[in-house]
Design a binder for this molecule. Sequence first.
Ligand code: HEC
Ligand code: HEC
Length: 446
Amino acid sequence: MDPLPLTTGSFSLSCDGVLVSAEASYDTASRTATLTPDFPLPADVTCTATVASSATDVSGMFPVSEFAWAFDTTVDAALVEQGKEIFRFDTFGDETLWTDTLRMHEVIRSAVDPTTALSVGLKVDAAALPEAVVAGIQDGSISLTDPATTVALLKLDAVVGVKGTVESISGEDTLTRVGITCALCHSTVDDSFAPGIGQRLDGWPNRDLDPGAIIALSPALSAEQKAVYSSWGPGMYDPRFNLDGINSPHVITPAYGLKGLRSITSTGDGDKIAYWNRYVAVTQMGGHGTFLDDRTGVSVVNGSEDLVTDKLPALQEYQLTLEAPPPPAGSFDPEAAARGEALFNGTARCASCHSGPEFTDANERLHEPSEVVSEPEPNGAPSYASRSATGRYRTAPLKGVWQHPPYFHNGTAVTLEDVVRTYDSRLALGLSDSDISDLAEYLRSL
Ligand code: HEC
Ligand code: HEC
């Protein structure tokens, strides 16, 4: 074939109907055309490769007609496993921020005992605790009011989302570096051992975590900065404050249930998860690498090496395996939920936006803030959407919604009943009290 016209224009791949971003090349010696996707193909989908008739042979003759073939993809278990490690344990070198700049290691080793750590929502992975430690916690011989115990837990890699380097200095275990991982905000535990201590639940938002209160412990911040961070409260984090200076925190969202969505974040800023993973890793966690987006003008370069880019494919592959948790058995009344379902699809008009298997129209469109009932923002802040790349909101996917109150991007609805009441009054739906509770019951069943 002629290598020149063999480009992504003539050789392309789409998976589940979506064009895959890739590079095309042709090796004349082996007479092999290769299409290399920028990202691993999504798992469990059907993909179609197409060679268009604009790809010609060396004599310039057109091939007879377009040529296409299809294949199915599977989950790459090794890549998923790698992604899980990254999600749980990789700091992308962000110790530069959390240790060198914010000096959190000094605060933790001198003032953060396990009781304090648990009170700001940090979680302990019970699976990482050796039997002797479990026994010591149970019989009280290991103190939960001594910062040295926190250092011991960090040495065991048992504090979810916090990665510490513990070195022996003058015979004493000393925390010398600390960084954070994705699991800090997007994992919690099942409390099976004690409140805050249990098995990891990756993808579940940690709504007990008070990131602002933790950051405010840093001795490197001004009183003014500390006041902003201290104002956020548990389960809230503003992932744009350090860039635009506006203080209006967002709920910490689930990182599960994203498979099939081509619109990431509550404002649909990215068409794939990796877009936002890079954003957070570089601009929020302080990982080494670069993030650029012309739409918002955000341009951040940390360090001289890139510790982020290579990890994005595995990280995304792992996130795609995280499913929304089904409602616990007996947690909702099926008859009320069935009545709620009829309202959802009928007179309450919820399904006009919350449509399809993920209960969202996010793959087709975003919505203007004026259509969305969660605005205005509390405390007079400008619209969260106006601070984003799209200026609009994505209809929230609803699977597993029972699991993560409060609701809406700004957490203004405390319960699912509050959500429905907000829609009822803002859209003048004329729902009765029993309609409202039926709809909330339906939402609890998703
Ligand atoms: C300090 C807390 C925090 C950390 C650490 C954090 N995130 Fe998030 N994450 C958030 C918040 C808050 C949002 C909501 C942002 C929005 O929707 O505008 C979010 C949103 C997301 C989303 C979008 C979910 C959706 O519904 O589209 C993904 C994916 C995500 N984070 C992945 C990650 C990954 C991967 C990491 C590690 C590289 C990470 N996050 C680290 C707080 C955090
Ligand atoms: C015009 C489109 C539209 C309609 C109609 C609509 N929604 Fe929504 N819904 C959205 C958008 C957009 C969001 C995200 C808002 C935000 O994050 O602040 C959302 C958020 C939600 C949430 C919060 C999810 C979360 O993760 O916090 C729930 C629950 C919900 N809607 C239920 C309903 C119900 C019930 C109805 C019908 C009474 C309904 N919606 C009608 C677009 C719509």
